[in-house]
Design a protein around this ligand. Sequence first.
Ligand SMILES: [Zn+2]
Length: 55
Amino acid sequence: MAKKERRYRVTIRCLSCGERFLLRGRKDEDGNLTTGFKRCICGNDKQLHIDYTEE
Ligand SMILES: [Zn+2]
């Protein structure tokens, strides 16, 4: 049986350089948001502001 997955529209803003990334994400069974985002183009992967809304 296929699980129902909620999809989210995710906006990640880098607090280091201000770059914005628009991504699609989903939540796993534990409620962790997964987007596939690795790091910003400036190399920052920790100081990020993440917003998401359900699609
Ligand atoms: Zn950056």
